[in-house]
Write a protein that binds this ligand. Structure first.
Ligand code: HEM
Length: 380
């Protein structure tokens, strides 16, 4: 039974309990009914754009249990239900993500979640979803267990309640929405996003392990080019995207990199510990480039793949520029992030969905406040 295939650790991590496990077994027994009636529906697309309270209980019970669905799909021969996201629900989810960010300061891990879903893309493979990319496959246990994804189950735990509330949104869109919202909320540039990504339907559609970059390869520049060129990205985009490390921390118990704790991480926020690349690791700015250039502070992290940005002649042009000119960094970062978020994605509708009302000028957000918690000095 699919439920039994879930390991004890993933059950614990994804918020499951003994009660959850037994309800999962019951759900599994019911699932054939749900799936077959769902699939028979001639208008299943419309079900996905009706807000949850308006759905029939049968469809709601299928939709609001994404983790049950994953387990069910693992052993089901029922084909994928391809569906795009609902614009109103995307906007609602964006507000909930902002609330989540402000209450948990989880900006960095949400950015890493979006990047690790899309960063498996291979431009040399035409077929979807074999080509990898932003298709929601990272929700499945098999991919979460890839070494590069250590710790990302925590990001999934954080945003799953939002997925459950807005069942008319795909995981692929939610991961990218969460990441772009985190960048903007941390004081970064507005990312020109579009939505409508279709989800893969089962763990058998997850990419093989080893698609994401390693932090300490023998030849960091060649390795970064191998991996990012495979995604169709160039040197400028490699350097700009690396600037996302202005946010967050590395934890030895996850990736094996970084110190267990530093003066900048001892008080959190969030779980204390790890080593950040910057002093204010919840503030999106160009300090990553300044700090890895200077390398003056032993409490700040520089991975081999960070250091090479100032060593390789082509990377260095951009790294120097971004250290000097934050506006140039923001402009290039926003473009590169949007491109990264679209890699490998199948959009429905094909042109994607814009959730920003371009006719209204967006109010300037209040200055970001979370940064003051990430400097290691508690301020009033
Ligand atoms: C250039 C190749 C890259 C390498 C080798 C790399 C490697 C790493 C490593 C080792 C960590 C620490 C993970 C942990 O221990 O929890 C990390 C964290 C992170 N990475 Fe990267 N990364 C790369 C590119 C990127 C890109 C392109 C982005 C986003 C656009 C990104 C965003 C992040 C963020 C935000 C974190 C912090 C996560 C947290 O605090 O929980 N990285 N990365």
């Amino acid at each position: 039974m699919a439920a039994e295939r879930l390991s004890a650790s993933s059950m614990a991590c994804i918020g499951a309990s003994a009660a959850f496990a037994s309800s999962l077994r019951r759900a599994s027994a019911r699932s054939a009914l749900h799936l077959s009636s769902f699939h028979r529906s001639s208008d299943f697309r419309s079900l996905l754009v009706v807000p949850p309270p308006l759905r029939s209980s049968r469809h709601r019970s299928f939709q609001v249990r994404p983790l049950h669905r994953c387990a069910i799909r693992a052993s089901s021969s029922v084909p994928a239900v391809a569906a795009a996201s609902d614009p109103a629900q995307l906007r609602g989810a964006r507000e909930d993500i902002k609330e989540l960010l402000r209450s948990t300061f989880c900006h960095p891990i949400l950015v890493r979640l979006g990047w690790h879903d899309s960063g498996t893309y291979d431009k040399n493979i035409e077929e979807w979803p074999q080509r990898g990319g932003a298709n929601g496959s990272l929700r499945f246990e098999v991919e979460l267990k890839h070494a590069a994804n250590a710790g990302l189950v925590n990001a999934l735990k954080l945003i799953n309640p939002i997925k459950e509330k807005y069942s008319g949104i795909t995981y692929a869109d939610l991961f990218q929405l969460a990441s772009a919202t985190a960048i903007e909320d941390a004081g970064g540039p507005k990312i020109p996003m579009k939505y409508g990504r279709v989800d893969v339907s089962g763990p058998e559609e997850c990419p093989p392990e080893g698609k994401l970059p390693a932090a300490g390869p023998p030849s960091p520049a060649a390795h970064l080019r191998d991996v990012f060129y495979r995604m169709g990205l160039d040197d400028k985009e490699i350097v700009a995207l690396s600037g996302a490390h202005t946010l967050g921390r590395s934890r030895p118990e996850r990736s094996g990199w970084g110190k267990p704790v530093t003066k900048y991480t001892k008080d959190g926020p969030g779980a204390p510990g790890g080593q950040s690349w910057t002093v204010q690791w919840l503030k999106f700015d160009n300090s990553y480039f300044k700090d890895i250039k200077e390398r003056k502070d032993e409490d700040l992290l520089v991975l081999p793949t960070d250091a090479v940005l100032f060593e390789d002649p082509s990377f260095k042009i951009y790294a120097e520029k971004y250290a000097e000119d934050e506006d140039a960094f923001f402009k290039d970062y926003a473009e590169a992030h949007a491109k990264l978020s679209n890699l490998g994605a199948k959009f429905d509708p094909p042109e994607g969905i814009n959730i920003d009302d371009d006719s209204k000028s967006t109010p300037t957000p209040e200055p970001f406040v979370a940064a003051k918690y990430s400097s290691g000095e508690k301020k009033a």
